[in-house]
Design a protein around this ligand. Structure first.
Ligand SMILES: [Zn+2]
Ligand SMILES: [Zn+2]
Length: 282
């Protein structure tokens, strides 16, 4: 069953994300995508905080996809949304969580691909000289990766935010007035996709995850998106066979018919290292 045959998906983007998403969907699923002209995704939130994002990451992506579908009158919509911040376990390590959502109004489907990575240049810094600004630029992969400059991190005037800085002269022009006026300027990486090749790769990986899920069909009703919804611990200890906290099985669940299926040994091992056993290694 090919749900997407002879259909076109509208991709909600104005930051060139189609370069990461469209070729993969075309090659892997033979799914054609279009990008609406004049679609202002910045109305749904900007990284440079002029406009706050609507809801959480998934809600924001869903809104964008729905708005694009309405705009062009298609039943298949795509959107991506990224978030950046400290690693949940290692606070000094920046990380990038990307998602790509596919909405199918005809078949009432919502399938989401994810990528979580520490491969990001997401950084910010207050600098006190042009030399320090250039040094920061070098650290974050400038000029293939763009920069944003503003007087301070806290609620700057939108007019004072300079985005998309990709040349040394642009950087000099953006920071010099503030260095002269207040002795410092705040720099951060521009995370918009077309100005950040590292992020573009993360969006491509999230798209691959989406494709994997679209290819995974429910054994009962054949709907796509049959994927892991839960993990069951209890992998037996290799020495005493007591169940451990390690994963014994993943539970796959269909969002259409709720059919579930356990798949044993998802990590490729059938016995746990006794070091992980509460009985052998208390
Ligand atoms: Zn099903
Ligand atoms: Zn044991």
């Amino acid at each position: 069953m090919d749900l997407f045959a002879h259909r076109v998906a509208v991709l909600a983007t104005m930051h060139g994300k189609e370069a990461a998403i469209a070729p993969l969907l075309q090659a892997e699923l033979n799914l054609k995508t279009i990008v609406p002209a004049d679609f202002n995704t910045d109305a749904f939130g900007t990284f440079t905080r002029e406009i706050k994002r609507t809801g959480d990451q998934l809600t924001a992506a869903r809104f964008k996809a729905e708005a694009a579908m309405q705009l062009v009158g298609e039943t298949l919509g795509l959107a991506s949304e990224g978030s950046f911040g400290p690693h949940p376990a290692i606070p000094y390590l920046p990380c990038n969580r990307e998602l790509v959502i596919l909405l199918d109004a005809t078949h009432d489907l919502e399938i989401v691909g994810y990528d979580f990575s520490t491969d990001t240049n997401y950084r910010q810094q207050v600098v006190n000289s042009l030399a320090a600004a250039l040094a920061f630029a070098q650290q974050i992969g400038f000029p293939s990766h763009a920069l944003v400059a503003m007087p301070t991190a806290d609620s700057p005037e939108p007019a004072a935010i300079v985005k998309g800085i990709v040349t040394e002269s642009e950087l000099r022009e953006a920071v010099t007035p503030w260095l002269q006026r207040q002795g410092s300027v705040y720099l951060e990486t521009d995370m918009r996709a077309m100005l950040n090749p590292t992020r573009m790769q993360a969006i491509a990986r999230a798209t691959q995850d989406l494709i994997r899920k679209l290819r995974s069909h429910c054994p009962q009703c054949d709907a796509p998106g049959f994927d892991v919804s839960d993990r069951k611990p209890g992998l037996p200890c290799g020495l005493c066979y007591t169940p451990t906290d390690l994963t014994l099985a993943t539970v796959y669940r269909c969002q259409k018919c709720s059919f579930t299926q356990d798949r044993l040994y998802p990590d490729g091992i059938e016995l746990a290292d006794p070091a992980q056993c509460a009985y052998c290694n208390p």
